[in-house]
Design a binder for this molecule. Structure first.
Ligand code: ATP
Ligand code: MG
Length: 246
């Protein structure tokens, strides 16, 4: 469903951030990317979403190279993808409900009535029916994440990219957010690529895991395979993290 082929990214400094990253995420799979802060996780997700163009390499979505197809085909392909940004990227001057209405108004031909029904349904999915008329700065960080998740899912994407869905949340809320992501994922059968720095959350949601080290992605396998991986770098990374609050 998602194929990254020999992706390399270097910013103005000229130094390669990512070099020859290869990855294939299967349909319906949840692939979790871990790695230290600043290593290039968000950049790799943005390359997948076509928000950053790699210096070289290919991004294939459903077999189509998103950087070499026509604009119309690209728009169609990107319609298949939803994204939760690391900082949620909600519109501060819109209510919770209007944040969800926005993509439906922009990207679909649904009537206002149909839009309202859909918004209501997705607010229910994420347990925010009571908050529809509040503004982002009137709700907690965990609630903002849930709005972001609902907004990423509302166009029924086949692929969803989650950038650090539990950043800044307490362990209990984090666990609930991941449970919600897993539940919605099962319900919609989406393919997921997610980033987290929290090993407990990675183990909770992943079918497979990949660690960015140096400047490339090292696929470590299933949760069990990752836990038992004999590469020092993998053990160092997973044990360097807080494992106590599983
Ligand atoms: N658009 C950009 N232009 C220039 N440099 C960038 C850009 N985006 C990211 N970078 C740089 O690339 C590096 C990797 O950033 P990235 O956001 O991918 O890190 P990350 O692994 O997601 O870290 P964190 O876990 O803290 O979110 C950083 O040094 C960042 O400053
Ligand atoms: Mg990041």
């Amino acid at each position: 469903m998602i194929e990254l082929k020999s992706i390399s990214v270097a910013f103005e400094s000229g130094k390669a951030l990512l070099k020859d990253v290869d990855l294939a995420v299967r349909r319906g799979e949840t692939f979790v990317i871990i790695g230290s802060s600043g290593i290039g996780k968000s950049v790799l997700l943005k390359v997948t979403a076509s928000l950053i163009k790699p210096n070289s390499g290919q991004v294939l979505i459903d077999g189509k190279d998103i950087n070499s197809i026509s604009r119309i085909e690209k728009a169609e392909t990107l319609q298949k993808m939803g994204m939760l940004f690391q900082k949620n990227a909600l519109f501060d001057s819109f209510t919770v409900a209007d944040n969800l209405r926005f993509p439906l108004r922009e990207r679909t031909s649904l009537s206002e009535q149909e839009i309202s029904e859909k918004v209501k349904l997705f607010l229910q999915y994420v347990g925010l029916s009571h908050a529809e008329n509040l503004f982002p700065d009137e709700i907690s960080g965990g609630m903002q994440k849930r709005v972001g998740i609902a907004r990423a899912l509302i166009l029924n994407p086949q692929i969803i990219l989650y950038d650090d869905p539990t950043a800044g949340l307490d362990p209990i809320t984090s666990k609930l957010i991941i449970e919600l992501i897993i539940k919605l994922n099962k319900e919609f059968g989406t393919t997921v690529m997610a980033i987290t720095n929290d090993m407990n959350r990675a183990f909770q949601m992943a079918d497979r895991i990949g660690l960015i080290v140096g400047n490339t992605l090292f696929v470590t396998g299933s949760v069990e395979e990752t836990k038992n991986h004999n590469d020092q770098r993998v053990q160092k990374f997973i044990h360097g993290q807080g494992m106590q609050d599983a």
